[in-house]
Design a protein around this ligand. Structure first.
Ligand SMILES: [Zn+2]
Length: 371
C-alpha cells in the first residue's frame, strides 16, 4: 500500500444469536476469540486500509465437528463466496497490480479470509471485462509507447496466437488466435486492428519474423522498430557455438584426447557471461584459456563478453551503438568466418534502418522466460 492511504476502522457488530456454518445450529453468541486484521479496501480510486475485526464464536453443539467458527466480516462476507465488493476487488487487483490469478487467489485467502479460487477470479474478471469494449480497456490501461508484438503457441491448443504487450509495464494488451487457415494478411490485420483502437506506439519490438518490419512500417510509419533481443541472441550464440565445433574437430591425436572432452563439457560455460560462471567453470576455464591462447576458443570468449556487455550493461541507445562500432572496428575477430557472420548480424540494421536491441525494454511473459 502506497503513501497517503487512509485507514478505515470497522467496529465489531456482535449479534445476539449466531448460526454455526458447520452444523447449522442457531445458538446464543459466546465469544471464542477476537483479533484485528488489516485488509485492502476494494476501491481503486481511494486506497484505503481497512481494519476489520475478526470474531470467532464457540459452537456449543456437541455433535458439531468444529468447536468454533468465524463471524462474517461486515462488507467482506466469508460464507458468501462472491459479494459484489469482492468481485470488484478481484478485478481491480488483477488489472491494477498486473498480477497473476494464482497470486490474487492467495491474497484473497490471506486478506479477505475467503476462498477466491483461480477459476472463480478468472470468471469474475471476464464478467467485468465483458462490460467494456477493447478500445476502452486499452485506453484505461494506459500504454507506455513501447509495443511488443509476438506470436506463440500455447501447449494445450494446437494453434498460434498473436499477442501485443507493453514492453515497459510488462503487461499483455491484446491476444488474438490466428485463424486455422491463414495467409499473409494476418499480421497486417492484427496491427491495423490495434491502430484502429487508437494504439500509437513510439517503438515497436518484434522477433525476426520477416513480415513484421514491412507491416509495422505501413501501419505505424513514425514508430521506431526494434528487434527483440530474446530472438536476436540465439542467432548470435548459434554462430559462436558453430565457431567452436570445427575447431574442436581439428584437435586430433592422443595429446588432445583429454582436452577434447573438456572443451565439449565447458562449451556452454565459455558462452556464459563470466560473472555467471559456476565454481567449477571459474576454476577450469581460465586454465583452459592458457591452452587455447590465440585460437578461436579465446576469440569466442572475448567476443561473447563484448556481446553481453553490449546487451546487458548498456544504459542508453547511444552507448550500445558506440560499443557496437568499437567492436566492429577491431580486427582480431575477422579471421573467423563465424565471428564475421556474428558481426554482420549485429550490423545488419545499418542498411535497413532497424536498430540493435539491448535489455531494458523486455518482451513480456513469453520472452522473459527464455532467459
Ligand atoms: Zn457447529
Amino acid at each position: 500500500m502506497g503513501q497517503g492511504s487512509e485507514l478505515k476502522i470497522t467496529e465489531p457488530r456482535i449479534p445476539r444469536s449466531v448460526r454455526c456454518p458447520h452444523c447449522g445450529l442457531r445458538q446464543p453468541f459466546r465469544k471464542q476469540c477476537q483479533y484485528w486484521r488489516t485488509v485492502r479496501a476494494p476501491d481503486p480510486q481511494h486506497p484505503v486500509l481497512w481494519r476489520v475485526p475478526l470474531v470467532h464464536a464457540k459452537c456449543r453443539n456437541p455433535a458439531c465437528p468444529h468447536r468454533s467458527f468465524a463471524l462474517p466480516i461486515p462488507g467482506v462476507a466469508r460464507y458468501q463466496r462472491a459479494t459484489s465488493q469482492l468481485i470488484q476487488a478481484g478485478g481491480v487487483g488483477l488489472v491494477a497490480d498486473n498480477t497473476t490469478l494464482g497470486r490474487m487467489a492467495t491474497r484473497f485467502a490471506r486478506s479477505f479470509n475467503t476462498t477466491g479460487s483461480k477459476s472463480a477470479l478468472d470468471r469474475w474478471k471476464h464478467r467485468v471485462a465483458r462490460q467494456y469494449d477493447f478500445p476502452t480497456i486499452l485506453r484505461r490501461l494506459g500504454i507506455s509507447g513501447a509495443l511488443c508484438l509476438d506470436e506463440y503457441k500455447p501447449r494445450r491448443s494446437g494453434r498460434y496466437e498473436q499477442l501485443a504487450g507493453d514492453a515497459k509495464t510488462m503487461r499483455l494488451l491484446y491476444l488474438d488466435p490466428v485463424p486455422e487457415f491463414y495467409g499473409r494478411g494476418v499480421t497486417a490485420a492484427f496491427c491495423h486492428q490495434l491502430a484502429g483502437w487508437g494504439l500509437q506506439p513510439t517503438c515497436v519490438i518484434f522477433d525476426l519474423l520477416t513480415t513484421f518490419p514491412k507491416v509495422v512500417a505501413r501501419v505505424w510509419p513514425e514508430a521506431h522498430q526494434q528487434f527483440d533481443h530474446f530472438h536476436v541472441r540465439p542467432w548470435l550464440w548459434h554462430y559462436l557455438r558453430n565457431a567452436l565445433i570445427p575447431f574442436r574437430k581439428s584437435l586430433r591425436g592422443p595429446r588432445w584426447e583429454r582436452h577434447w572432452e573438456e572443451l565439449w563439457e565447458l562449451k556452454w560455460g565459455v558462452l556464459k557471461p563470466m560473472d555467471r560462471w559456476t565454481f567449477k567453470e571459474r576454476l577450469l576455464i581460465p586454465e583452459m584459456m592458457e591452452i587455447y591462447a590465440g585460437t578461436v576458443v579465446e576469440q569466442v570468449l572475448l567476443f561473447k563478453e563484448a556481446l553481453w556487455d553490449l546487451f546487458d550493461d548498456s544504459q542508453s541507445k547511444a552507448e550500445a551503438y558506440a560499443k557496437r562500432e568499437a567492436l566492429a572496428r577491431e580486427a582480431w575477430w575477422r579471421p573467423s568466418w563465424h565471428l564475421t557472420k556474428c558481426m554482420e548480424c549485429l550490423l545488419s540494421e545499418s542498411s535497413t534502418g532497424w536498430s540493435p536491441t539491448w535489455s531494458s525494454p523486455r518482451s513480456p511473459a513469453v520472452g522473459s522466460r527464455k532467459r
